[in-house]
Design a protein around this ligand. Structure first.
Ligand SMILES: [Zn+2]
Length: 181
């Protein structure tokens, strides 16, 4: 991840997103140590990124039975965020991961609130497969999500995690119509 941060610095990127989470195939007694190691990693990354103007963000992941325990509920990423001492930090909400995990995506936006600094936008049919479909092709209630983003005053960057380019252009038009510039 430090190598990725060096690349981010070289290309002038302003955000580096990291997949956090503990691995459920280790016995539960090791989870507190994994959480401590996870926090130490994020401290180290932001110590490098912050002076270079790069915000490190942690993303919610899909619900599985082997890893990412506690990120899909948002509990783990919220705790990680709140324990993490940094100025340029934040959480990335991946809309498809939240929906796959059975969360209400608009409620997830509201729960993260001011912690929310980055967005991964894609759709699916609510699990178990993380389909990475264009916005509107799955069952996420997008109007509610857009309303929640306005309510929390989201002003970060959003990334489309679906293809092809024509569908991305269509989604950009839809978002422009909804939000203006
Ligand atoms: Zn993502």
């Amino acid at each position: 991840m430090l190598a990725a941060l060096r690349i981010a610095d070289r290309i002038g990127a302003s955000v580096l997103n990291v997949h956090p989470g503990i691995h459920g195939y280790f016995p539960e007694r090791f989870w507190p140590r994994m959480k401590a190691a996870e926090l130490a990693v994020f401290q180290e990354l932001s110590a490098f990124g912050e002076p270079r103007g790069i915000r490190v963000v942690a993303e919610n992941l899909i619900r599985t039975n082997v890893h990412f325990e506690d990120t899909w509920t948002l509990d783990g990423v919220v705790r990680l965020h709140d324990d993490w001492q940094a100025g340029l930090k934040g959480l990335c909400l991946d809309t498809g991961h939240a929906h796959q995990a059975g969360l209400d995506v608009a409620a997830a936006v509201r729960r993260l609130g001011p912690r929310l600094k980055h967005l991964h936008l894609h759709d699916n049919h609510g699990g178990p497969i993380d389909e990475h479909l264009p916005i509107g092709d799955g069952t996420i209630a997008w109007d509610g999500v857009f309303g929640a983003l306005e309510d929390v005053g989201f002003d970060g960057l959003a990334v489309f995690e679906f293809g092809p380019p024509e569908r991305q252009r269509e989604a950009a038009d839809r978002l422009r119509a909804r939000f203006g510039a």
